[in-house]
Write a protein that binds this ligand. Structure first.
Ligand code: UD1
Length: 376
């Protein structure tokens, strides 16, 4: 009888990691059938807006989820509990040979917990990353998920070191590279054809910065968010800025009336969250990216675009050690100094990162086909 592998996705950053695995599974359908294996997509519904969800499925060619748990938003406890309850019910009804989870969002940790309690092996894509900052919800999700996983698929060497230090059996750890770079490499030619620059009225050759902000540490406290936005708005007199606003950030800006900070700054453009290709087009042509997104730290390193990371730490140290990222936190003075350095060309060029080669999806599927994750 054919057994199903569940691929679990819930929030925007999961979708770019899921797409290459789906592509590689499709390419290996014969080998899967020989092993009596098939797969299905389980969407938790953590992200549900058209702009945060649907657009990524259609652009990245991900099939409609087979199952949607429709959990929606809520506090961490509520959201995690809802996912746990609904995914467990799904597993009890349908069973699963393995549960593959991606990244570090609430959906990742909740589904790993539901699966492991039913004796179902968990495969974690993007395992081992550590910021060593337990005030970040993602750090908690990473630690929990890794502790529960049978197979730990790692994107950069620091992840292997972290897991070994935590006493994880070396046999469970596989350095497979960064699956999100598969999506980037696949989509870049199409992204370069996007007309987003003309839609934003950015002239050909005009330098600009791309800004994204959504971490609770940066956006939930108005005393942190306001000076940061003021600094960026001020700099937009010298360098145009495009700011796709995440729903969490939009909520905070509306609540505190921060939209008015940009009124006298026509060079600062706030827009809705962007589809993948438009965002990639903007990122690849930017003079600099300012972000608190882990994914964009990695993408700018791949693209060799300077990145001011608006955090004090990172679970992706390779982007700082070999790539183009610098940690500047959320102190406006440091952000300003970083921008000056970029403008003056005082920035590392960055190196190619081993195994960020567009083939990670295939390596993941090879491991799934090897059966290493199956119970003894
Ligand atoms: C989540 C992830 C974070 C990831 C980010 C990418 C966790 C703990 N955090 O944060 O790691 O970097 O996704 O976006 O899982 N909302 C909408 N529409 C949506 C989804 C959310 O309006 O489709 C609003 C809701 O008001 C919600 C808020 O955004 O309360 C936050 O959403 P949530 O999924 O809780 O966390 P993110 O901040 O998006």
């Amino acid at each position: 009888m054919t057994e199903m592998i569940d691929l679990v996705a819930g929030a925007r950053p999961n979708f770019m990691k899921l797409a290459p695995v789906v592509r590689a599974l499709k390419a290996n359908s014969k080998a899967l059938a020989e092993r009596n294996l098939s797969w299905r997509i389980v969407h938790t519904g953590q992200h549900y807006d058209q702009g945060m969800n649907d657009v990524f499925f259609s652009e990245l060619g991900i099939p409609e989820p087979d199952v949607n748990l429709n959990v929606g938003s809520g506090s961490h406890g509520t959201q995690t509990a809802r996912i746990l309850e609904r995914y467990e019910a799904h597993l009890m009804e349908n069973g699963s040979a393995a549960t593959v989870v991606f990244g570090d969002v609430n959906s990742t940790a909740a589904c790993a917990l539901a699966a492991v309690k039913l004796g179902i092996p968990v495969v974690h894509v993007e395992a081992g990353l550590r910021s060593f900052d337990r005030s970040m919800p993602e750090e908690i999700n990473r630690i929990v998920t890794d502790a529960l996983s049978r197979v730990l698929l790692v994107s950069e060497p620091s992840g292997v070191e972290n897991l070994k230090r935590e006493g994880v059996d070396r046999k469970k750890i596989h350095l497979v590279g960064n699956v999100m770079m598969d999506t980037l490499a696949h989509e870049l030619p199409k992204a370069r054809g996007s007309d987003i620059l003309s839609r934003l009225d950015i002239k050909p050759g005009e330098p600009y910065a791309l800004v994204t902000l959504h971490r609770p540490a940066n956006v939930d406290d108005p005393a942190v968010l306001k000076p940061l936005l003021e600094c960026l708005a001020g700099f937009s007199k010298r360098l145009s800025m495009v700011f796709p606003v995440h729903p969490r950030t939009r909520k905070a800006m509306d609540e505190y009336g921060f939209q008015s900070l940009f009124e006298a700054h026509p060079g600062f453009r706030c827009v809705s969250p962007l589809p993948y290709r438009d965002n990639l087009c903007l990122m690849s042509g930017a003079k600099v990216v300012l972000t608190d997104s882990g994914g964009m730290q990695e993408e700018t390193t791949f693209l060799k675009v300077p990145c001011l990371t608006l955090r004090n730490n990172t679970e992706r140290p390779i982007t700082v050690e070999m790539g183009t990222s610098r940690l500047v936190g959320n102190d406006p003075e440091k952000v300003h100094l970083g921008l000056e350095d970029v403008m003056e060309g005082r920035w590392p060029e960055g190196k190619d990162i081993p195994l960020w080669d567009g083939k990670t999806g295939n390596r993941i599927v090879e491991i799934l086909l090897s059966g290493d994750w199956q119970p003894n």
